[in-house]
Design a protein around this ligand. Structure first.
Ligand code: TRP
Length: 463
């Protein structure tokens, strides 16, 4: 496909893939999940999921993409025929649904940037109450998430190289630096060490089935796996690239940012006397406290920059989520990119509106008034998140492993990887990756998907 453009070089791909991985998943979702699932024990399980399952799946996805030069649907169709192409379509659907609520949360982050920098957010007395009122107030949310989607459109419209690559390369390193600076500051606060202990000293009795499937879901979400985002990005790289080392760098970068976010948030949560299991508002409630403590000017400046960088991180992720369905329509239907991008974005934005309204604005969509499962009332946003990230992504990973194991075959994957990594065939890593893709990953992910559905949705308790 000569008309397909690609990343300019190895660094461009790594920056874009790391940009896709690092996002709200690391800074907003990871601390909330860790806090709700027992702290250090969760961190440990999460690390295992990332290394043992996440990394091999990432290598598999990139290989499939580069082998076929195609979007997820095209990749499965080329190598597996019509029946398998449904897996690609399911991935594309997951991407659309995840983007629909991701964009809403990105709108909150953008709103916080504005409210901290240009208004009086940091003068609030109670950040928990403020957050609750903020997400229930539809006017701001509508405007900010709409604006966020427009930004995503502008970048995706410019295509892979100009838009996606440039945005990722320049701004991501700043996020890293500001996180580290804030951690040093947070450690000086009273009670901070209690937070560090919660985060780093595991209590193994807290590991349950829910810890395991939440950690796996989080690993897939954070690494952008399971729906073909990395098939799509892999389709834009050259045969010279070393997939193994690129994937390792992306995995390490993603884990590091999540780890640092936890190292920042939990000291804050404990020093401010909040509960770590507070749920999705955790970051939005814990962070303003530290900026407030810095005094009005420094707080505005540093707090404003933090949320701005969070928006940038979110943007390099929304880009990748939108690029997947876009590449499907551009490749398969030959529709022009400049029409596909805005139209799809508009559709995704509309799908996101019930999620936006489900945080208190409309009680029939909010927790308590919408659906009930997993022993509690869940909001529309919770439902979409549970269906498409918590179940959908590991299911996508399961199907991909099954596909490579039974249809494409691991020796074909080896052949693809060896271009750019000539020492790979016959290496110990090859043995490990093949064994994981053929046995560990399908069995483990298969069990996890069943347990998640059983426990979460059907109320069966296994242990
Ligand atoms: N990984 C991103 C984050 O952590 C979100 C994301 C981008 C994503 N692309 C994805 C999640 C594809 C799942 C699938 O914020």
């Amino acid at each position: 496909m000569a008309s397909r453009s690609g990343f300019s070089n190895r660094f461009g791909f790594i920056a874009a893939a790391a940009g896709s991985a690092v996002g709200l998943g690391n800074i907003w979702r990871f601390p909330a999940e860790t806090g709700a699932n027992g702290g250090a024990a969760f961190l440990l399980v999460y690390l295992l999921c990332t290394v043992l399952i996440g990394y091999p799946i990432m290598v598999g996805e990139i290989s499939l993409g580069r082998r076929t030069h195609s979007n997820p649907f095209g990749a499965y169709k080329t190598l597996g025929g019509k029946a398998w192409s449904w897996v690609g379509l399911f991935g594309i659907l997951c991407g659309i649904m995840i983007l629909s609520f991701y964009n809403v949360v990105a709108g909150w982050a953008f709103g916080y940037f504005i409210e901290i920098s240009f208004s009086d957010l940091l003068q609030q007395q109670n950040f928990g109450e403020f957050f609750g009122a903020y997400v229930a107030d539809i006017s701001d949310n509508f405007i900010f998430s709409f604006f966020f989607m427009v930004l995503t459109v502008l970048i995706v419209m410019r295509g892979v190289q100009d838009g996606i690559e440039t945005a990722s390369k320049i701004l991501m390193p700043f996020l890293f630096i500001i996180l580290i600076g804030l951690i040093f500051y947070a450690f000086t606060l009273d009670g901070a060490m209690e937070g560090v202990a919660f985060y780093l000293v595991p209590d193994f009795s807290k590991i349950t089935i829910e810890t395991i499937y939440s950690a796996m879901g989080q690993a897939f979400f954070s690494l952008s796996l399971g729906m073909g985002a990395l098939i799509t990005y892999g389709s834009y790289i050259s045969k010279k690239e070393n997939i193994l080392s690129s994937a390792a760098i992306v995995t390490a970068a993603d884990f590091s940012v999540a780890f640092l976010a936890g190292l920042l948030i939990f000291p804050l949560v404990f020093s401010q006397g909040q509960t770590p299991g507070a749920g999705p508002g955790l970051v939005f409630v814990a962070l303003p406290g530290i900026f407030q403590a810095m005094g009005p000017i420094a707080g505005k400046l540093i707090g404003g920059s933090f949320f701005l960088l969070l928006c940038v991180a979110a943007l390099t992720s929304t880009i990748s989520l939108l690029e997947v369905p876009v590449s499907y329509f551009v490749d398969q239907k030959k529709w022009p990119r400049k029409w596909v991008v805005p139209v799809l974005a508009a559709v995704v934005f509309l799908i996101g509106i019930p999620s936006m309204l489900s945080q208190g604005a409309v009680s029939a969509l909010s927790a308590g008034g919408f659906v009930e499962y997993n022993g509690a009332g869940q909001s529309f946003l919770d439902l979409i998140n549970d269906l498409f990230s918590e179940v959908g992504l590991p299911l996508g990973g399961f199907l991909m492993s099954l596909f490579i194991a039974t249809k494409w075959k691991t020796h074909s994957m080896t052949a693809e990887i060896s271009s750019g990594a000539p020492g790979y065939p016959g290496s110990r890593l090859e043995v490990v990756l093949n064994f994981t893709i053929r046995f560990i990953s399908p069995i483990l992910l298969g069990i996890i998907v069943l347990l998640t559905i059983g426990q979460k949705f059907l109320g069966i308790s296994f242990f």
